[in-house]
Design a protein around this ligand. Structure first.
Ligand code: FAD
Ligand code: UDP
Length: 421
């Protein structure tokens, strides 16, 4: 029912529940929704929107309406307990990690983090090897003697505890390094990347491969050297509940902001009226204009969840299938959250394919290619002249951001707005 006030708090199994938080949350908006009651309208209740809402409410007492078209908060970080009672991530495995002190300090106001250190194994013809490919992987791939020799060569060339992007390793002329590069390229990157992007590693943005470098060392964590990493002690959704729990913030679910916004070259109207407050938009820019310049390309994922009658399915949080299968990886959530659910575990397989606009799919991954960036810049140009209209986040900035990158960007934008006021 539009405008129905929900019970306090939001969470478990997609159901609303009583909670210790007084977050104001409503499904739909009522006929008498008055934009002028709010100093800012935030579109999207993911990291980008929620961080801005909190910062602006606290930083300059702004009254905020957060409009979210899904039926839950937390954006793609949303998690919930499934029917077996296993805490799962609805939109893919999310592992918090950052080098950014400010981001970490901000988030730890709303949650503690466990000391979970994410580890990933690649299933290479049945052998499980650490990814990023490291000292141990070399020994598993080439045997002890040759593996150690190759490792010494890597240390001599790049130094110890160094991250080396596969494309950099491939560029070396030395025959032994070329052997390592060929092995890793073929067995870790080529097929996985073909599945994930429909292209070879040479055909995509080198920064994407650079996210998972070869690691010249023994650190077998997926995010080697990141000083802050872990999982939120309760859940991501609880983190968001706390962030949005503020007297000046009201959250409205099941509301597509495009139904409320009218945009021309110089103005934004909200509910048919001129709006004098700030608008923070965290959705896709092409959608905002009905794709009228063309659709921004994305990759999407089909996520197939399966609950099994066993305690544990695989030894680590994620196993990447780098030479076989149609899916890219299997995640077992209990291995990441540390949750104890005897006799049951839930796993999830990810199948990647091209995103079709208007199909109801979720645009997960931007495709960072020059023609796409050019199209994005054209949309961006159209919003740049709009007064007090701000874009932030993975969709709105058309960037392959991790959670910490989005939080940093939202903190920066909030600072700017606060400083102007
Ligand atoms: P989103 O989370 O997408 O939030 C945007 C919100 O805006 C959505 O809820 C959407 O419904 C809403 N919205 C859009 N348009 C409208 C509209 N018109 N009206 C109302 N609401 C609207 N990061 C990590 O740091 N570690 C990881 O391990 C990790 N794993 C990931 C795995 C996968 C499969 C994916 C896809 C991403 C992963 N990320 C990870 C990245 C992380 O999900 C993002 O960086 C972060 O969630 C982006 O936050 P956001 O607020 O920009 O966008
Ligand atoms: N990648 C790969 N093999 C792996 C892991 C990663 O080829 O075992 C490539 C792939 O192209 C992937 C990119 O590196 O899209 C970035 O990987 P990451 O795990 O950071 O992707 P995400 O978790 O964001 O999906």
């Amino acid at each position: 029912m539009p405008g129905k006030k929900l019970k306090r708090g939001y969470g478990k199994s997609g159901a609303f529940r009583e909670s210790e938080y007084a977050m104001s949350i409503t499904k739909g908006i009522s006929q008498d929704f008055a934009p002028s009651r709010y100093d800012a309208i935030v579109v999207g209740a993911g990291y980008a929107g929620s961080v801005c809402a909190r910062m602006l409410a606290e930083g300059c007492n702004m009254r905020i309406a957060v409009l979210e078209r899904r039926d839950h908060i937390a954006g793609n970080a949303y998690d919930y307990e499934d029917e077996a009672g296993v805490l799962v991530h609805k939109y893919g495995p999310h592992i918090y990690h950052t080098f950014d002190e400010r981001v970490h300090q901000f988030l730890t106001r709303f949650t503690e983090f466990t000391d979970y250190q994410h580890k990933v194994l690649a299933n290479i013809n049945g052998t499980l090897m650490p990814v990023p490919f490291n000292h141990k992987s070399l020994v598993l791939a080439f045997g002890a003697e040759k593996g150690e020799r190759l490792y010494s060569k890597l240390v001599m060339t790049f130094g110890e505890n160094k991250k080396v992007p596969i494309m950099e390793l491939r560029a070396k002329n030395d025959p032994e390094l070329a052997e390592v590069a060929d092995y890793v390229y073929e067995n870790v990157f080529l097929h996985y990347t073909m599945k994930q992007w429909g292209k070879t590693p040479d055909q995509i943005d080198p920064a994407v491969m650079g996210r998972v470098p070869v690691f010249v060392g023994d650190d077998d964590r997926y995010f080697p050297q990141a000083p802050y990493q872990g999982m939120p002690a309760q859940s991501y959704t609880a983190l968001f509940e706390r962030m949005l729990d503020h007297d000046l913030i009201e959250v409205f679910l099941d509301v597509d902001a495009r139904d409320l916004l009218t945009i021309d070259d110089t103005n934004v109207m909200v509910c048919g009226q001129p709006y004098g407050g700030e608008i923070i938009y965290t959705g896709a820019l092409d959608e905002l204009f009905g794709l009228d310049l063309g659709a921004l390309p994305y990759r999407t994922l089909d996520m197939q969840f399966e609950t099994l009658d066993m305690d544990q399915f695989q030894p680590v949080g994620t196993v990447n299938y780098t030479v076989s299968e149609d899916f890219t990886r299997i995640t077992e959530f209990k291995n990441m959250t540390g949750q104890v659910v005897p006799g049951k575990t839930t796993i999830m397989r990810e199948y990647s394919h091209a995103y079709e606009p208007g199909s109801g799919q979720t645009p997960y991954y931007v495709i960072n290619e020059p023609q796409n960036i050019k199209l994005y810049e054209q949309y961006r140009e159209r919003v740049s002249g709009l007064p007090n209209f701000h874009v932030v986040g993975r969709l709105a900035e058309y960037r392959y951001y991790d959670m910490d990158g989005v939080v940093a960007s939202a903190l920066d934008l909030s600072d700017e707005i606060i400083n102007q006021r």
